[in-house]
Ligand binder design. Structure first.
Ligand SMILES: Cc1ncc(C[n+]2csc(CCOP(=O)(O)OP(=O)(O)O)c2C)c(N)n1
Ligand SMILES: [Mg+2]
Length: 348
């Protein structure tokens, strides 16, 4: 187990593991997925600024942590439990892109995924997804299903009681869960040093009796390798792993945030040149895997796909205020039904 200091400083974070664990074509696919994640974040910000979509959190800077881990799962066999930044992982594992946009355009139905999709909905209540993930993993084993659950959370969420309870129970039950802690240095405006006095977040694993390791979260190959190891352990019945991916949030917390009010410009300096997409491009180039013009072609195709999905979401019926009452309870009960009619009356 690594117990290095969990500063958000690239020179202290990471294992330095660079052995390619992905075949050449998968490496190109990882790069494409990272470009997709970046474009989706950027498009989300544009649509929000144009008043066409609600608040959205981007993944800028965290693409390697998200893509490297999501690709270590087997699609259709394993489960993804997101926080709110891992939209690319949701899409990779089967959530229709149009539903991602519908969700941020206020359609509650958009969180109901096609039957068989092994992805839980976006979770805004910090750390609430962690007990769900453990229950899901433990339940799969009771059903004789060998699926593995990958749950994403931030270092801010890691301070919540739910996080400790979930990891503790996962240890006791040997639940097949990979806890992917993206340590991006910030919980909105709260820096890491105000979340913990500990040297390492990954070191907590020992206290729960699960495996733990730190990884360079801006290196897609290193993240993929660490996650693949954790998935193999979980699948083999050896229990859960806590992976701390050391990364950095390159943008604001979300579209409602202005980091210039609390981030000193120097804080970003150690991260210059560490953009995970640039690092993946360098790797592909060094291995002769990215021919001239390919990135432009990928970017164009991704841009078109994302713009088409956003347009389709806008064309679909927007939810009225009564949408607030949908998709939560099969039987909403008398009080909620009364509130629903009062709301509809009040809006006439
Ligand atoms: C229980 C709860 N408390 C507070 C919030 C408000 N909130 C939303 S995001 C956030 C910061 C989360 O930080 P982190 O877990 O590190 O994830 P990141 O946004 O950095 O990816 C906070 C405090 C919330 N959504 N839920
Ligand atoms: Mg954070």
């Amino acid at each position: 187990m690594a117990a290095k200091r969990a500063e958000n400083n690239p020179s202290s974070g990471g294992t330095g593991v660079t052995t390619p664990g992905l075949a050449a074509e998968q490496l190109v696919e990882a790069f494409r997925q990272m470009l997709f994640a970046r474009n989706l974040s950027e498009r989300g910000f544009i649509l929000q600024r144009q008043g066409r979509m609600g608040t959205i959190a981007g993944a800028q800077g965290q693409e390697a942590a998200i893509v490297g881990s999501m690709m270590a799962l087997e699609r259709g066999r394993d489960w993804v439990v997101p926080q709110y930044r891992e939209l690319a992982a949701m899409v990779y594992h089967g959530v229709p892109l149009v539903q991602i946009f519908q969700y941020f355009m206020g359609a509650p139905r958009a969180s109901r995924f096609p039957a068989g999709t092994k992805v839980l909905p976006i979770q805004i209540a910090l750390a609430a997804q962690l007990p769900h993930a453990v229950g899901l993993g433990w339940g799969l084993r009771h059903q004789g299903d060998d699926g593995v659950v990958l749950v994403y959370f931030g270092e801010g969420a890691a301070s919540e009681g739910d996080a400790h309870e979930a990891m503790n129970l996962a240890g006791v039950r040997k639940a097949p869960v990979v806890f992917m802690l993206q340590n991006n240095g910030w919980a909105i405006s709260t820096p890491l040093k105000l979340q913990t006095a500990a040297e390492s977040l990954a070191a907590r694993a020992e206290g729960y009796g699960i495996a733990g390791e730190q990884v360079d979260g801006n290196d897609v190959l290193a993240v993929h390798e660490a996650t693949a190891r954790a998935v193999a352990r979980a699948r083999a019945g050896e229990g859960a792993t806590l992976i701390e991916a050391i990364t950095y949030r390159m943008g604001p917390h979300n579209t409602a945030d202005d980091p210039t009010r609390y981030v000193e410009p120097e804080a970003f300096e150690p991260w210059e040149g560490m953009d995970p997409i640039d690092r993946a491009r360098e790797r592909l180039g060094a291995e002769g895997l990215l021919e001239e013009g390919v990135e432009d072609e990928l970017r164009t195709a991704i841009g078109e796909e994302i713009a088409a999905a956003a347009a389709a979401a806008e064309r679909s019926a927007a939810a009225g205020p009564e949408g607030l009452f949908e998709e939560v309870y099969a039987d909403p009960g008398v009080r909620l039904l009364r509130q629903r009619s009062e709301l509809i009356e009040g809006n006439r």
